[in-house]
Design a protein around this ligand. Structure first.
Ligand code: NAG
Ligand code: NAG
Ligand code: NAG
Ligand code: NAG
Ligand code: NAG
Ligand code: NAG
Ligand code: NAG
Ligand code: NAG
Ligand code: NAG
Ligand code: NAG
Ligand code: NAG
Ligand code: NAG
Length: 418
């Protein structure tokens, strides 16, 4: 009787703790087996533009009632997508390699038309931010647990993850009782906290070795920015007079605080012009405006000026320009190309990173890039295989030569001995 009462109490407690626990979800694979489990809290802080040219910041929590449409599991990668409210979603994708898994990025998508969450919003778009979470090196067949706050900052959106319990790549249709704790949860003493949300069987916590010290690194590495293709036409019935194709990232330093943001080509407004001796390309995204000015003489063109204005994730507006550059130089009848990641110091506070770059601001024929002049970094990476090839060829020649000389000697000595 007494025992029964405690049992009921435990069950009741279980439900209560569940409620204060945010979203708890499971995802099944194609065969209907449990493949992903998550129980977590996320607090969002979103800054957006309101009428009167002002910005407002709202804070809300990931609600408990979410749907998992769009979640999926594969053997080496899986996605957890939590949909809530009026078209908002929070998703995280995991990859598995060599018995450890990690979260690669978190994408938060929010619908600014939702007037209850974003009153007086000027925009009615659905906006997405992608950030890198600090969930790495989780041993296969263990749950990742992090009760501590994990704040991820991004442009206009801060997300705080807390009371997180996640297992991706679940095997045998059941959640593991073993835990990989985040570094922040590990106390300086040897006691590892067990997660109360794991069921009645005693959890055997996995201790430090799998929790990397790197989890405390402040700047998460961003994914490689997507490559955008841009062109400017002198008028609507002509072919392009300026072509550019690149992935961009901006690094901005303000009072010892350095942060990077990727330029999202999706939804970018492109404008510009082509003059006799110069041309201009202006790219406007949600958070960044870049103005490229190219100049040319009869022989060469170059990037002469760059003006970048934007807003950091902490809401700081900045405007940095350098009108005395001499970058991306190539002959007027060609294009400039640099596939390797490059960084350029534009001002003391601003750094530009480029990926898969190709530009041609003058002399574009038939709307396509002319022959490319490649940057030194690309040329260097070509030199290595060439050098290796030449070395191999020389080696083969030496071996062949040695063989023939050896044969000749042998036959010679053969004749002598007879
Ligand atoms: C998240 O928000 C809730 C309510 O808005 C608050 O009680 C809680 O302390 C917040 N947690 C964090 C980690 O910010
Ligand atoms: C809005 O604010 C920006 C700077 O914050 C300013 O340059 C612009 O003129 C303002 N626009 C209006 C319509 O007030
Ligand atoms: C965004 O919110 C508006 C207003 O609540 C709604 O009509 C619309 O369907 C939502 N968009 C999406 C993609 O759900
Ligand atoms: C969004 O706003 C634009 C102009 O601000 C308007 O033309 C459009 O109809 C709106 N779309 C929706 C779905 O409300
Ligand atoms: C938990 O970890 C222990 C020791 O590492 C192991 O023996 C046990 O099989 C694990 N349990 C589960 C359910 O994975
Ligand atoms: C472009 O061509 C269309 C039809 O060929 C013509 O009606 C229009 O005026 C032209 N526009 C310009 C700017 O030349
Ligand atoms: C661009 O954004 C739209 C709407 O937000 C989305 O449907 C589309 O898939 C995005 N394209 C890329 C390449 O991300
Ligand atoms: C272009 O440059 C040439 C030589 O520097 C100069 O003579 C010419 O006036 C310039 N044209 C324009 C439109 O600026
Ligand atoms: C720049 O290039 C254009 C097109 O090739 C050419 O017409 C112009 O003369 C060049 N400008 C200078 C200053 O040589
Ligand atoms: C994000 O966090 C930073 C640092 O705590 C803060 O300065 C900024 O205002 C926050 N941004 C938003 C949108 O809440
Ligand atoms: C850069 O662009 C901003 C906004 O368009 C403008 O206010 C500023 O004067 C520009 N700076 C330079 C050096 O052109
Ligand atoms: C910038 O590029 C140089 C080589 O061009 C490289 O050594 C350096 O690490 C890069 N810096 C950053 C912050 O990526």
């Amino acid at each position: 009787m007494n025992r029964c009462a405690t049992f009921v109490l435990i069950v009741a407690f279980g439900i209560v703790s569940q409620l204060s626990h945010g979203a708890e979800v499971t995802v099944q694979d194609k065969d209907g087996k449990l493949c992903l489990y998550a129980n977590l809290m996320v607090n969002f802080s979103v800054s957006y533009e309101v009428t009167g040219n002002k910005s407002a910041t709202v804070e809300f929590e990931l609600p408990g009632n979410v749907t998992t449409d769009g979640s999926e599991c594969d053997t080496k990668s899986s996605t957890l997508k939590l949909n809530f409210g009026e078209g908002h979603s929070w998703s995280v994708n995991f990859t598995l390699s060599e018995n450890v898994y990690q979260a690669d990025f978190v994408t938060f998508s929010y619908n600014l038309s939702d007037t209850t969450r974003f009153p007086n919003s000027v925009s009615n778009d659905t906006t997405r931010v992608t950030v890198k979470p600090h969930i790495t090196d989780v041993r296969m067949d263990t749950c990742y647990s992090c009760k501590s706050n994990d704040m991820i900052e991004a442009d206009l959106v801060n997300q705080t993850l807390w009371n997180v319990l996640i297992q991706a790549f679940v095997s045998n249709d059941s959640r593991s009782e073993n835990i990989t704790s985040c570094a922040a949860d590990l106390p300086t003493t040897a006691v590892v906290p067990t997660t109360h949300s794991t069921s009645t069987t005693t959890a055997a916590p996995v201790t430090t070795p799998t929790a990397p010290p790197t989890t405390t690194t402040p700047t998460p590495t961003l994914p490689t920015p997507s490559t955008g293709k841009y062109s400017i036409k002198p008028d609507e019935n002509s072919t392009a007079c300026l072509l550019a194709s690149f992935g961009l990232r901006i690094g901005y330093k303000q009072a010892d605080k350095y942060q990077e943001m990727n330029f999202d080509p999706n939804g970018t407004i492109v404008s510009g012009s082509c003059e006799v001796n110069s041309s201009e390309l202006v790219l406007v995204s949600n958070t960044l405006t870049l103005m490229f000015t190219f100049t040319n003489d009869t022989k060469k063109f170059r990037l002469r000026a760059l003006n970048v204005t934007g807003t950091t994730s902490s809401g700081v507006h900045f405007s940095e320009a350098n009108t005395n550059l001499s970058l991306w130089e190539a002959a007027v009848s060609s294009s400039y190309m640099c596939n390797k990641e490059q960084n350029y110091t534009i001002t003391s506070q601003l750094t530009l990173y480029t990926f898969n770059l190709q530009v041609q601001p003058v002399g574009v024929q038939k709307g396509v890039f002319s022959t490319a002049e490649e940057c030194q970094a690309d040329a260097d990476s070509f030199l290595v295989p060439i050098a290796v090839g030449v070395a191999l060829l020389v080696l083969i020649l030496i071996v062949l030569l040695a063989y023939f000389i050896g044969r000749k000697r042998n036959t010679a000595t053969g004749y002598e001995s007879f």
